[in-house]
Design a binder for this molecule. Structure first.
Ligand SMILES: NC(=O)c1ccc[n+]([C@@H]2O[C@H](COP(=O)([O-])OP(=O)(O)OC[C@H]3O[C@@H](n4cnc5c(N)ncnc54)[C@H](OP(=O)(O)O)[C@@H]3O)[C@@H](O)[C@H]2O)c1
Length: 244
């Protein structure tokens, strides 16, 4: 019941939930490999983990590009000698009403949230098959459970991941674990990815006061990882108590 010695690759690890997860898992003895586009942020987080006695490395990765994600996973395997877990966490939320016709934002969410996660699965699966073990953790959202106005495309990308996750779980066989984690409103930089200013203001007014720390999600991921190999935690929903 420990993550000590596990190699965990995390996309979107330069801030928020990915950063919190990397720090917690490293604190518990995992070798964490961080991917995202902001190299300075990644370097700063890795330095802190190593200063605290943990094991970490990073690689600049844009999950919109399949080759980047493949190279990210290959880097993790090379640095740490294998890969136990991939956490497909990178995500953006430039939400808006459909009639705002922000079609570029829709494409961006499909590319990062859905395609990026599929690329993570595609990169990790051959490694897991070779090793005869592995764990895919996909970060989804409660936005796909209670589906609200302005969240149509965002929720659709997250529920596309949910669908893919369930099929992967069924296909996975006895040696591959598959977990989805659905966070509710979490205090991260995520709101900065909202490009429609009117929507951004409304969301901040409505949700700002109740957001909880990304550490809550990190603890959820840790729970799934530290179960014995025969125990597959399928789905975890973690939201603020005050979230309706
Ligand atoms: N915050 C919430 O309320 C909430 C609720 C439910 C679900 N979630 C989900 O949680 C996940 C993490 O979000 P967060 O709340 O921690 O927000 P965040 O602080 O904005 O973190 C998002 C991460 O994704 C990375 N990212 C964005 N585009 C990327 C790309 N093309 N390639 C690689 N990395 C990329 C960002 O790094 P770079 O910019 O450096 O690339 C950053 O590290 C997302 O999937 C989000 O949908 C968040």
């Amino acid at each position: 019941m420990t993550v000590e010695g596990k190699v965990v690759a995390i996309t979107g690890a330069s801030s928020g939930i990915g950063e919190a997860t990397a720090k917690l898992l490293a604190e518990r003895g995992a070798f964490v490999v961080l991917g995202a586009r902001n190299e300075d942020a990644l370097q700063g987080i890795v330095d802190k983990i190593i200063e605290a006695g943990g094991k970490a490395a990073f690689k600049k990765t844009d999950v919109r590009h399949r080759r980047d994600v493949e190279e990210f996973v290959a880097f993790a395997v090379e640095k740490a000698g294998g890969l136990d877990v991939i956490v497909n966490n990178a995500g953006i939320g430039p939400i808006s009403r459909f009639d705002a016709l922000r079609v570029d934002d829709w494409d961006a969410m499909i590319d990062v949230n859905f395609r990026g996660t599929l690329y993570g699965i595609a990169a990790a699966l051959p490694v897991f098959e070779r090793q005869g073990k592995g764990h895919v953790v996909n970060i989804i959202s409660t936005a796909g459970i209670q589906i609200l106005p302005t969240m149509g495309v965002y929720a659709a990308t997250k529920n596309a991941v949910r669908t893919a996750t369930e099929v992967l779980r069924q296909e996975a066989g006895p040696h591959l674990r598959v977990t989805e984690v659905s966070p509710g409103i979490i205090a991260t930089n995520f709101g900065d990815t909202i490009t429609d200013q009117a929507t951004k203001r409304k969301i901040e007014e409505r949700l700002g006061g109740i957001a909880i720390s990304p550490d809550a999600i990190a603890r959820g991921v840790l729970y799934a990882l530290e179960q014995p190999p025969e125990v597959d935690v399928g789905s975890i929903v973690i939201r603020p108590t005050a979230q309706s």
